[in-house]
Design a protein around this ligand. Structure first.
Ligand code: ADP
Length: 542
């Protein structure tokens, strides 16, 4: 038809091309497994990504073949992001915190042909390699001098040697934007992990959504620290969004403790960071203990699990850092909503503004959201009516990789398994995961709300609330608490703390259990299934 726009496919290689051409001298800084800080530019990253692509051609990988990574956040991992997908192969980020058996299952399910790993993960690779017959090439992400001797891995090669073929000529192939680009498995709490296969189109559209001012609001002036791992839903898309705007990227490598992160934020003048609440808690604790400050950090996305209001307030009121509370899922690439204020909120008292910021926020354009009742009918956006949250959009999964089961969609909508309400202004609030809700005497209780209140107590370091079988009420809420070092607290004191906190009597927890640690899953989220197992013989004391 005449008069229409050009038909240019949306491809990941265009992102790195753009970064090279327009922001080629902007830095990418990485803490390496070797221990030092490595620095180079987007232009050098682009050149080396093309070398990766040539190495894949040389290896004879077919279009769509999977190249797996077991790696921290760093420049070599970034080169693989672009080199593998840009060359029409599929980048498969593996979660190294999973059990060796689970990693083996996933590698075999995905038929990975090449596997690149940080030397830190050599013991894991040694444990799995004989059980991963599809992997033809094991690549250690280091130079030749750091390749572990006597590793027992046949044909192990260093990344630098593997991609060292002379010459730099390489032209990114052009193909259909619906071509698969990357693969990430969600660790289901039941059954086997499920693979989510992203496309070039979904990835580029997601980056356009993420950088918008009311979302992450990124620009070429930012220095961005993705703490959220690149093996976890593409570090929430930051490697792509970063190239799209051409900002500085700062990668923490394996050093995720509070002191290392704070050091990096200050030395690299980080303006924007992103991570899950458990990691930010370590950072805040460290900064508090040394009386530190944030000279340049102004915004941080916190998501993957509910951000405790006490954490949001500490960032906002003690450090002048705006928390952008975000919600998403692996199946959503992952961005669904981010919380930012509207103009009309400027006039509100501080407390009310903070209360809005505690919500999971507004949908990014590209993600439609709705909540439905048990009958499947839409619920009103009144900030009260809670139901199952469903989503629809061009970067949301339709189905799982190689799944033979029926697809998850319900009338074209993806059921998130989260329970939420939405207010008149479109602000989403997650009240629970459907499987974490506590059913007491026929009424539902939100575990998130109970955890948030405990986290606001100065003696509490971490809190997880679960429902425990109860002879009379079916289930009753119990909070498992990790105390801060040196803090003293009795169960009674914490239960008293719940009074006058806007909870009805029946919504308050019935008991408090002090534990040394809350079991965390492979992405740093609380593993409530494990906690339920630990506390299954709980005896009621109250
Ligand atoms: P990610 O951790 O990147 O969000 P996952 O697929 O591992 O992706 O987990 C998605 C689930 O995590 C969501 O369905 C929801 O239950 C929970 N979740 C994510 N972000 C939040 C948030 N801000 N508040 C509450 N729950 C969240």
């Amino acid at each position: 038809m005449h008069g229409l726009m050009q038909d240019q496919p949306l491809l990941i290689s265009q992102l790195i091309d753009f970064a090279e051409r327009h922001n080629g001298s902007t830095e990418i800084v990485s803490r390496r497994v070797e221990g030092d800080l490595h620095r180079y530019t987007w232009a050098e990253c682009a050149q080396r990504a093309r070398r990766v692509a040539r190495a894949l051609d040389a290896h004879g990988l077919d279009p769509g073949d999977r190249v797996a990574t077991l790696a921290w956040n760093g420049y070599r991992h970034l080169e693989l992001y672009y080199g593998v997908s840009g060359a029409g192969r599929v980048l498969h980020t593996l979660n190294p915190r999973l059990h060796a058996d689970e990693v083996t299952w996933i590698v075999n399910h995905a038929d990975d042909r090449v596997l690149c790993f940080d030397p830190t993960f050599l013991p894991l690779v040694q444990a799995i390699h004989v059980r991963c017959p599809t992997v033809e090439r094991w690549v250690a992400l280091c130079d030749g001098s750091h390749v572990p001797a006597d590793s027992g891995i046949p044909g192990l090669v260093s990344y630098e040697d593997w991609m060292a073929a002379p010459g730099l000529d390489y032209a990114w192939p052009r193909f259909d934007e619906h071509t698969a680009s990357s693969l990430c498995y969600t660790s289901g709490t039941t059954g086997h992990p499920k693979g989510v296969l992203y496309s070039h189109r979904s990835t580029v559209l997601h980056a356009y959504g993420a950088v918008q001012p009311d979302m992450m609001g990124l620009s070429s002036r930012d220095s961005v620290l993705p703490v959220v791992p690149m093996f976890h839903v593409n570090a929430w898309g930051l490697p792509y969004a970063g190239a799209m705007v051409g900002c500085k990227l700062v990668f923490p490598g394996p050093a995720l403790d509070g002191r290392s992160l704070h050091g990096l934020i200050e030395s690299e003048q980080v303006t924007f960071a992103a991570g899950v609440p458990t990691v930010w808690q370590m950072l805040l604790d460290h900064v508090q203990s040394v009386g530190g400050k944030f000279a340049t950090l102004r915004r941080t996305v916190i998501g993957g699990a509910a951000c405790p209001p006490a954490m949001l307030r500490a960032f906002e009121q003690q450090h002048d850092v705006r928390v952008l509370h975000g919600w998403g899922m692996t199946e959503m690439s992952p961005l669904g909503t981010i919380c930012s204020l509207k103009k009309q909120h400027d006039a509100l008292p501080v407390d009310e503004r903070l209360h809005i910021l505690e919500k999971q926020g507004r949908a990014v354009h590209g993600v439609e959201i709705k909540v439905v009742g048990e009958d499947g009918q839409d619920l009103p956006w009144d900030g009260r009516s809670a139901g199952e949250l469903l989503v629809r959009g061009p970067w949301i999964a339709r189905d799982y990789f190689r799944s033979t089961a029926d697809g998850p969609l319900v009338d074209g909508w993806f059921p998130t398994g989260d329970v939420a309400h939405i207010d008149e202004d479109g602000y989403l609030q997650i009240t629970d995961r459907s499987k974490d809700l506590i059913k007491s005497g026929g009424e539902w209780i939100s575990s998130i709300e109970i955890e948030h209140i405990a986290m606001a107590h100065p003696a509490v370091g971490m809190a997880a609330c679960i429902g425990i079988r109860h002879p009379k009420w079916d289930e009753r809420p119990v909070v498992a608490v990790v105390l801060r070092p040196g803090a003293q607290l009795t169960p009674r004191e914490l239960l008293d703390f719940y009074r006058d906190k806007q909870l009805a009597r029946w919504q308050m927890p019935d008991d408090v259990v002090f534990v040394d640690a809350i079991p965390l899953g492979a992405t740093g989220k609380m593993l409530k299934t494990r906690l339920r197992e630990q506390l299954k013989d709980h005896r009621w004391t109250t």
